[in-house]
Design a protein around this ligand. Structure first.
Ligand code: SF4
Ligand code: SF4
Length: 385
């Protein structure tokens, strides 16, 4: 049974936020002494360079209250985030974080570099690129914003970790996994890889900013700010997302990151495993919360950019080298898309079906002879030039 604290918090006042966060931690029996001396990765949602009034980003005072809690208990925070398109500098400036990180002397990890790690339990993906500093963190403090999302239906604790994937690599993931289910499964792979793969020694805590949430056409500025007046806390991100989505009265069948998260048993296996503390879900339900329409224009755009032609232009394709391949078929065994088959009569290399290939590059990673080369797409070459 995992605990989720659900507390009212009517506004972004620093003292109020600090009180509520302390109360939430006490309710879930989280001992802040766990933070003492720990290198703590602070992961807010800074999707883009936009004002906090938009409710697109974790509010800067929510971030400040959480960061001060870490500092007060002897932790060593470092901010980690990689916005989707904007530079991290711009995002910090526009969202009102700059003065806070400077005032509290919180270092900011560079957002463009990538460290790799593997987590073999992944369903769609087993090799991940993330901001390298997170691999050395003793503790992760995830600070998602609760928002609707036109591809994944909701974005909360689970999806927020996607911001650890550096810059443009995020777009490539969107191209590879273009529909709701495959992208949500990839997001669950990443969540699982962080929770059970990186598995920081001190653990992971999810503190959700749902004081102002985003409804309708989220997760960006097309969505509409909506007051929920809540904060949530828990050590299981899927459970935190479930409680937030229930409060918003959303159709849980559409929340693939929650429902498939339950069935994959990355953490809790279902609602019966969740103890809600503080307010009851029914007491704070938000009537008429507008859901995202998955399948709307954003998803159609995803379909366009995921077409084979566009994928070939933007993403490298794995090509086996007949001079070094020893036909061990490790690539065929690991391929999650069944895109590799045995060599045919003409070629002394495995046959790759690029219509099926999702460009996860697991084959290239496992090949013992380094016989799989990545051939850049035409547009990748042009951009390099
Ligand atoms: S893993 Fe490498 S060496 Fe083995 S069959 Fe595939 S390409 Fe050839
Ligand atoms: S062929 Fe290689 S890159 Fe393509 S899906 Fe299979 S393992 Fe991934």
């Amino acid at each position: 049974m995992t605990k989720v604290a659900l507390l009212k918090c009517g506004s972004y006042e620093l003292d109020l936020l600090k009180d509520r966060i302390a109360e939430a931690l006490s309710l879930i029996r989280f001992d802040p002494a766990r933070l003492r001396g720990a290198k703590v990765a602070l992961k807010p949602n800074l999707l883009s360079a936009i004002s906090a009034d938009s409710a697109v980003v974790t509010h800067p005072l929510f971030f400040r209250a959480s960061a001060e809690m870490v500092l007060d208990h002897g932790g060593k925070p470092i901010l980690m985030e990689s916005p989707a398109v904007a530079s991290l500098d711009n995002a910090l400036e526009k969202a009102g974080y700059r003065g806070i990180v400077e005032g509290l002397s919180i270092p900011v990890a560079p957002s463009g570099r990538a460290g790799t790690f593997s987590h073999q339990a992944g369903k769609m993906f087993r090799y991940f690129e993330v901001i390298p500093e997170v691999l050395d963190a003793d503790f992760i403090l995830n600070m998602p914003k609760f928002k609707t999302h036109e591809l994944t239906f909701i974005t909360g604790a689970v999806k927020n970790l996607f911001g650890l994937v550096p810059g443009m690599r995020k777009s490539q993931m969107h191209i590879r996994f273009s529909d709701t289910v495959s992208f949500s499964e990839f997001i669950l792979d990443l969540y699982d890889a962080v929770v059970r793969g990186i598995n920081p020694p001190g653990g992971i805590l999810h503190l959700m900013d749902a004081v102002m949430a985003l409804e309708g056409r989220g997760p960006g500025s097309s969505g509409t700010p909506r007051r929920m007046g809540l904060i949530l806390a828990g050590e299981d991100g899927i459970a935190v997302d479930y409680v937030a989505a229930r409060v918003a009265g959303l159709d849980m069948r559409k929340a693939v990151t929650i429902m498939n998260g339950f069935s994959r048993r990355i953490g809790v296996s279902g609602p019966h495993d969740i103890e809600v503390l503080g307010e009851g879900i029914e007491q704070v339900e938000v009537p008429g919360f507008v859901p995202a329409e998955t399948g709307s224009s954003a998803t159609i755009l995803q379909k366009v950019i995921s077409s084979r032609m566009v994928r070939d232009l933007f993403i490298a394709r794995p090509i086996p080298d007949g001079n070094t391949c020893i036909l061990c078929y490790q690539c065929m065994k690991i391929c999650p898309a069944n895109a590799v088959s045995k060599s045919d009569a003409k070629e002394r290399v495995p046959v790759f079906d690029y219509r099926k290939c999702i460009r996860c590059f697991c084959c290239s990673e496992v090949c013992p002879e380094a016989a799989i080369h990545l051939h850049r797409g035409v547009l990748q070459w042009m951009l390099r030039l």
